[in-house]
Design a protein around this ligand. Structure first.
Ligand SMILES: Cc1cc2nc3c(=O)[nH]c(=O)nc-3n(C[C@H](O)[C@H](O)[C@H](O)COP(=O)(O)O)c2cc1C
Length: 223
């Protein structure tokens, strides 16, 4: 009895969707992950980019805001990821919350956040983080750690009583066209429900493809 009950609790069916659009559904899962003590950094997400010739690269960044417009993160505008995003403004994000056996996959197009928003966020960070962002030419080779320490020391004294100007560092927003919710199951028949923006000619049939809210459709994928 107990095993069967636990099994049902883990299932993620279409009836279990809190929302018929993915941003509201993301909020429910993200809040659960944030409130789960064994999830250390619920906002850590793997960001995949690709160069113009299609060579992929991936790294973790932190989600710093989300809503119907998209998913935001901040980084150095001269980093490898930034260079790839400038020449190929498409990205994929993946969250994995192990304790909940859940993953969310987001795909979309990328744009820079307005400079004013990057300024505001940059200056809201602790001074040490602002100095850290200025001290590092992210993704470039250096001879040793002492290069960073020296730069940090110099900047700390230079800006001890002044506002630190934002370096070539700021935000991006991933504007999603596809968001998949994956719920792992002990029997390996995992649940996958993907929301996506439909093609112009596509009509939901209520069987394979379902009509969602706010222009989204959703479908169940084989695990
Ligand atoms: C959990 C975690 C969170 C991170 N968050 C960020 C972030 O928000 N922004 C960032 O630029 N780098 C972040 N990093 C560092 C990146 O993973 C990466 O080392 C750096 O951005 C350089 O990537 P690139 O050379 O591909 O541009 C984070 C690393 C980890 C492990």
């Amino acid at each position: 009895m107990r095993a069967a009950y636990r099994g049902r609790q883990e299932l993620f069916t279409e009836a279990d969707l809190a929302c018929k659009e993915p941003i509201g559904q993301f909020k429910v899962w993200f809040d659960e992950a944030r409130n789960e003590p064994s999830v250390m950094e619920a906002n850590a997400m793997c960001l995949a980019t690709a160069s113009k010739d299609g060579t992929p690269s991936a790294r973790y960044v932190l989600l710093k805001g989300y809503g119907p417009d998209g998913f935001k993160f901040f980084t150095n505008y001269e980093s490898r990821k930034a260079k790839e995003l400038e020449e190929n403004p498409k990205a994929a994000l993946t969250f994995y919350w192990e304790a909940l056996r859940r993953s969310v996959r987001i795909e979309g197009t990328v744009a820079r956040l307005p400079a004013a928003e990057s300024d505001e966020y940059f200056h809201s960070r602790p001074k040490a983080s602002q100095i850290g962002a200025c001290a590092s030419n992210q993704s470039t080779p250096i001879t040793g750690r002492e290069v960073l320490s020296a730069q940090e020391k110099y900047l700390a004294s230079e800006y001890s009583d002044k506002e630190i100007p934002r370096p070539n560092w700021g935000g991006y927003i991933v504007v999603p066209h596809s968001i998949e919710f994956w719920q792992g199951q002990s029997d390996r028949l995992h649940d996958r429900i993907r929301f996506r923006l439909p093609q112009e000619t596509e009509k939901p049939d209520g069987k394979l493809l379902h009509e969602g809210d706010n222009g989204w459709v959703y479908e169940r994928l084989s695990p």
